[in-house]
Each structure stands twice: as structure tokens, then as C-alpha cells.
Design a binder for this molecule. Structure first.
Ligand code: SDX
Length: 426
């Protein structure tokens, strides 16, 4: 870390702060001592605030670069599978073949959930949104793993991480089966991670289910493309919840809740609903104009990003996957035509260029998920399934760091100053 400094002049006072430099990206001004001056920084939405030091994922928003432990996302999507990415996010390095096989066996042997979890579902309405059920059941997992859980022990933290990575597909598939009134399908240890998920989603006890290699490859790639993304809203939620020492399953439930929002992980569901509302290519200009109208709260779902300002590298890979899957499954989905034309028009429109709005990861993922038969209301559950490893890797990293403190932001107070309370006659 460099020892150069930043000087803040307030009135006749000058306060110096160290500038810390990482291995890549923006240096940071270390303002941890600022509070003593009577001033706080003010940055709602954390547009220019570093909340932590991390070595897991790096994004260069201007260059459209996404690295997991230094490995470019395009290479991982092409040459690795999701469990390899899970291993490197959790352990810091890509696994050797031996480490990969051991990790895969560990995950496979933790895919079952406690049979009483089935009972939690009985309390939901059949038409409950899958994200509501996922949020509830992931949080309920804390009731099975709490008493003997010591999160100070890195081995026990990793065991929680393995359990969560292993059980999320089972829970997500249970949400879907509960919605459609079909029996839950137990995990099968002879299938790969993605195949097992598809089998739990789409097989029925009455007949064998044939898994398409193209579909399981696409699902595994979608998991990889959604695995982690620096300090996004849901990851920051998990870190803040975990900073108090809360149970990791409860922290992941908090991440699920944050991801649900349409501005975040809920965008893939919202994007597909938008494409379906647009319906045909000739209606695209009407929606482009709505998105540009300052008086209209409508936003083009699947466009724009807080960090990427030219391209979301995941969308590039997802776009390729989208065409591969539709071609392999011989699906001619008019929504893809609408999506392609919407992308073309949006990217040629001055407003979108000025606001640096382009398709993000959610734009194409919804089309791929729809093509492989996943219902729209399940899209964000798939995102949560994939992102769980990112969330729990950040939780593990945070608790591994010396001097870790509970997160406790301050505020700019603009409410009433002190005034007397007048007791009312009762
Ligand atoms: C994810 O953080 C992450 O890493 C998230 C994520 C991850 O992997 O974890 O990448 C996953 O959440 C991807 C983003 C998915 N969300 C959407 O697709 C929803 C649509 N996009 C927008 O809501 C928006 O672009 C955000 C939330 C993604 C980013 O918003 P910002 O950076 O806070 O920008 P902003 O809302 O301040 O908008 C800046 C300007 C505004 O206009 P002005 O007020 O300057 O005139 O751009 C406009 C906005 O009105 N704008 C849009 C727009 N997004 C921003 N206008 C139309 N359509 C849009 N989609």
C-alpha cells in the first residue's frame, strides 16, 4: 500500500488522510479517523465509497473487465465449470484436478436438506412468489445449523459455505415444485451440479427425465456468470448482516431479500416481463420513449449498471449462450427478435449513449432461462442460487480479516432538534 496522503482543508484546519492503493482499480482515501474532526463523509448509495478490502472479485467498469481471483470471466465461462468457480471464490485459487474432485464430492454429499424443511413449504400459499419461499426457507436453515456453529473457526465457516452451495439448488427446485403442485424430487448423486438441479426441477417420479447436455451446459454457465460481483447491493447486505456475527444462513437469507428487488437481481424477471409487454418489434420505439421520459418512472429493464459504463462482459457471454441454446434446441423465440432489435435501437440512441446504458447480465439471461423452460418468476431464484457462493465467500473473507468490526454507518440528520414532549390528556 502506498504511503501518499490526501489533505482535507476545513476552515483553518487541515486534516491528512492516508491513500491506500490496491493491486488494481481505484486507490482509496482512508477516512477512518475523520469522525474525530466532527465531520462524516456523506455518500448515499455508496457511489464513491469503499466498504471493505477484498481479494475475491475485481471489476473495471470502464473497460468492461470482470475477474474472479484474477481469472477473466470470459475464460471461466468457456473453460471452467461452476463448481471450479465456487472453489476459487472460496479458497482463492483455481483447484487442481484432485482438489476439484474432492470438492465436487463434498458438495454432492451435502445436497439433501433436513426432511423437516418440507414442512416449512406447507405454510406458504401455492402461488407464493418463489423468492418469498426461498427467503423464508434459507433463513429457516439457521434453525438446523446454529447451536454448535462457531463462525470464528474457518473450517466451520467453510462447512457452512459448502452446505449452502450444495443445498441452494435443492431449495430452489422445491420452491418451483411447490408452486406447480408436483412432489419434491430428491437430489441424485450421480448427476453433475447443473444436471442435478435440472432433474430436481423437471423430473417427476412417474417417468425418467432426459437431461439435454446443451441445457445443462447453459445452466452451468448461467451459474458461473452470476456467481459473484464485488460489493453489489446483496453482497453488501450479507457483509453487513454478517458483521454482527449473525448466523450465516440468516445472512444469506438477507442477501436473497436484497437481490429480489427489480433494480438488482429481480431485473431478469422484470426484463422478460417487459419484453413480453413490448411483444413485437414495432412497439419498441414506444418503450424507448417511455424510458427517456423523465416524468415516466419506467426503466428499460436489463439495461444500465452502476459500475459498468460501456459493456457488461457477462452479457457478452450470455448473448453467445443465448444463441447457442436457441439454435441447439431449435427454438425460434420472437422475444429474442424483440430483444435483439431493442438492443440495436437502444445502443444507437443518443440518450442511452449519454447515460451509458447497455444490456447487462440480466438482459439475455431471462431469454436463455425461458428457452430452457424455467418460468419467469423463478429467474431471480436462479440468480440467488448462483450468487450464494459469492455471498458466502465475502462473508468468509470478512470474518477471516483481523480487526473486523460491526458495520455501523452514520448519517446527515435533518430532523427536529431537541424539543419538549407535551403529555396529552388520556
Ligand atoms: C444487477 O451492482 C451489481 O453488480 C449488480 C449486478 C450483480 O451482478 O450483482 O450486476 C446485477 O443488479 C444488474 C442491474 C440490473 N438492473 C436493471 O437492469 C434495472 C434497470 N437498470 C437501472 O435500474 C439502473 O441502470 C441501475 C439500478 C442498474 C443502475 O442505476 P444507477 O447507477 O444508480 O444509475 P441511476 O439510477 O442514477 O441512473 C442514472 C441515469 C438516470 O437518469 P438521470 O437522473 O441522470 O437523468 O440513467 C437513467 C436514470 O434515469 N437510467 C435509465 C436506466 N438506468 C438508468 N433510464 C432508462 N432505463 C434504464 N434501465
Amino acid at each position: 500500500m502506498a504511503d501518499n496522503k490526501a489533505t482535507l482543508k476545513i476552515g483553518d484546519k487541515e486534516i491528512e488522510f492516508p491513500i491506500l492503493e490496491g493491486t488494481a482499480g481505484a486507490a482509496v482515501i482512508d477516512v477512518r479517523t475523520l469522525g474525530a474532526s466532527g465531520y462524516f463523509t456523506y455518500d448515499p448509495g455508496f457511489m464513491a465509497t469503499g466498504s471493505c478490502e477484498s481479494q475475491i472479485t475485481y471489476i473495471d467498469g470502464a473497460a468492461g473487465v470482470l475477474l474472479h481471483r484474477g481469472y477473466p470471466i470470459g475464460e471461466l465461462a468457456r473453460d471452467a465449470d461452476y463448481l471450479e468457480v465456487c472453489y476459487m471464490l472460496l479458497h482463492g485459487e483455481a483447484p487442481t484436478t484432485e482438489e476439484y474432485e474432492k470438492f465436487k464430492l463434498t458438495i454432492t454429499n451435502h445436497t439433501l436438506v433436513h426432511d423437516q424443511v418440507n414442512n416449512f413449504f406447507r405454510g406458504f400459499r401455492r402461488d407464493a412468489h418463489p423468492m418469498a419461499m426461498l427467503c423464508g426457507t434459507v433463513g429457516a436453515m439457521a434453525s438446523f445449523y446454529h447451536d454448535d456453529l462457531d463462525i470464528v473457526d474457518p473450517e466451520q465457516r467453510l462447512r457452512s459455505a459448502y452446505r449452502l452451495v450444495a443445498k441452494m439448488p435443492t431449495l430452489v427446485a422445491m420452491c418451483y415444485k411447490y408452486n406447480i403442485g408436483q412432489p419434491f424430487v430428491y437430489p441424485s448423486n450421480k448427476l453433475s451440479y447443473a444436471e442435478n438441479f435440472l432433474n430436481m426441477m423437471f423430473s417427476v417420479p412417474a417417468e425418467p427425465y432426459k437431461i439435454s447436455p446443451a441445457v445443462s451446459r447453459a445452466v452451468d454457465r448461467i451459474f458461473t456468470l452470476h456467481a459473484d460481483h464485488e460489493q453489489n447491493a446483496s453482497t453488501s447486505t450479507v457483509r453487513l448482516a454478517g458483521s454482527s456475527g449473525a448466523n450465516p444462513y440468516a445472512c444469506i437469507a438477507a442477501g436473497v431479500a436484497s437481490l429480489w428487488g427489480p433494480a438488482h437481481g429481480g431485473a431478469n424477471e422484470a426484463c422478460l416481463n417487459m419484453l413480453e409487454e413490448i411483444g413485437t418489434v414495432d412497439r419498441i420505439p414506444e418503450f424507448i420513449n417511455k424510458a427517456k421520459d423523465k416524468n415516466d418512472p419506467f426503466r428499460l429493464m436489463g439495461f444500465g449498471h452502476r459500475v459498468y459504463k460501456n459493456t457488461d462482459p457477462r452479457a457478452t457471454v450470455m448473448r453467445e449462450s443465448c444463441h447457442e441454446v436457441l439454435a441447439e434446441l431449435n427454438i425460434d423465440d420472437p422475444l429474442l427478435d424483440v430483444a435483439m432489435e431493442l438492443e440495436r435501437i437502444a445502443l444507437s440512441d443518443a440518450y442511452f449513449a449519454e447515460k451509458k446504458l447497455f444490456p447487462n447480465v440480466d438482459f439475455y439471461s431471462g431469454i436463455v432461462l425461458k428457452a430452457i423452460g424455467i418460468p419467469t418468476n423463478m429467474f431471480t431464484c436462479i440468480f440467488a442460487l448462483a450468487r450464494t457462493v459469492g455471498w458466502i465467500s465475502h462473508w468468509h473473507e470478512m470474518l477471516s480479516q483481523p480487526g473486523q468490526k460491526i458495520g455501523r454507518p452514520r448519517q446527515l440528520y435533518t430532523g427536529h432538534t431537541q424539543r419538549p414532549f407535551n403529555k396529552i390528556p388520556k
